[in-house]
Design a binder for this molecule. Structure first.
Ligand SMILES: [Zn+2]
Length: 350
């Protein structure tokens, strides 16, 4: 066995809450995998808005912490009683961690577990040379993907998949409005909805991003800086509205999104990047027989179901920028500038 207890690794840590500059490089002990866990040599870790929330401060998350939920890498060391992976396996990590024994976990709905947390939020994550995760969270990496591409998959694709199917029950003949088609979760939702043969309308901020959204498969694109979303949707749907709104932005667009919904429509949300509070006209909600769903992540089963579509070239990771791990601050600044299209990935090997 390799003696690693005194070995150090480079990590990007959050030790105090604040803007991107609070992320500091640190030298920390290489983590040891306990029972049922493995140590992964991180080859790529994608950013998510969750990383910003961890950095700026959300309740229940203790500091210091190494953020980073989306990891692709190689299994480097096995803890006791690990049989499903071996050293050298290329894996992507399912980012949801749960107790594994409660009713919801046993039913396969681990994202409803009361102990549910996400790698890099409730425990140290992938902004490091190594990370320790439960072996059962290691899934074989699609063979046609690079590490950078593979890291861009888990959180956003499983989140979008769960929102569209498990929550909004999107059907083939239906129309979906994907808010923020240039975001990681939006670019995943466009592709998943097209895989389902639904009609996709999306919103972006610029003409340049509109071309990229069309290239991903969006049927129609609204440039939200030029027109009110619900006005454009009504024009595109002959005043009917859309069956499903895929939302993750919050107050800046929430009521505009509700105005875009058809009778019987469903709005599903997984984020609140512009704030936590909205005022909703519940009269309109019940008179139009509409529903609002909250959604957090997805299940391991859903990630296992969707990964094969990457080797079939029916889903594609959207990577905007790859930066060395040491440039995590610049990566956060880029994510918050909203100039990117798709995912920003950190690489500890650069
Ligand atoms: Zn549980």
């Amino acid at each position: 066995m390799v003696q690693t207890k005194t070995m150090q690794m480079k990590a990007m840590m959050v030790q105090e809450h604040g803007g991107p500059a609070v992320i500091k490089e640190a030298s920390v002990n290489v983590p040891e995998p306990g029972f049922g866990k493995v140590r992964i040599k991180v080859k790529a870790c994608a950013l998510n808005h969750l990383d910003s929330w961890v950095r700026s401060g959300i309740p229940g998350i203790k500091l210091p912490i190494i953020p980073g939920c989306d990891v692709a890498g190689e299994v480097e060391h096995l803890g006791p009683e690990v049989t499903n992976v071996k050293v050298g396996d290329k894996v992507v990590v399912s980012p949801g961690l749960s107790c594994g024994t409660c009713y919801h976990c046993l039913a396969g709905d681990e994202n409803l577990c009361r102990f549910y947390h996400i790698l890099g939020a409730g425990c140290d994550g992938g902004y490091a040379e190594y990370v320790v995760v439960p072996a059962v969270n290691c899934l074989p990496m699609p063979t046609t993907l690079t590490f950078h591409q593979a890291a861009a998959v888990p959180l956003v694709f499983v989140t979008a998949w769960h929102m569209l199917f498990a929550r909004a029950d999107l059907k083939k003949h239906e129309t979906v409005l994907v808010v923020g088609g240039g975001s990681g979760v939006g670019s995943a939702a466009i592709q998943i909805a097209k895989l389902n043969r639904s009609h996709v309308i999306t919103t972006v901020g610029t003409k340049e991003k509109a071309a990229k959204a069309h290239a991903l498969g969006a049927d129609e694109v609204i440039i939200h800086s030029e027109t009110k979303i619900s006005d454009a949707v009504k024009k595109m749907t002959n005043k009917r509205g859309v069956d499903v709104v895929f939302e993750h932005v919050g107050p800046a667009v929430f009521n505009d999104c509700l105005e875009s919904l058809a009778h019987g429509g469903r709005l599903v949300t997984c984020g609140a990047t512009t704030g936590p509070t909205v005022e909703v006209d519940i009269t309109r909600l019940f008179m139009k027989h509409q529903a609002i769903y909250g959604s957090i992540m997805g299940t391991k089963k859903e990630l296992i179901e969707l990964l094969p579509f990457f080797d079939q070239d029916l889903l594609r990771p959207v990577v905007d920028t790859v930066l060395p791990l040491s440039q995590a601050v610049a990566a956060h600044e880029l994510m918050e500038s909203r100039k990117h299209f798709g995912k920003i990935v950190l690489d500890p090997t650069l």
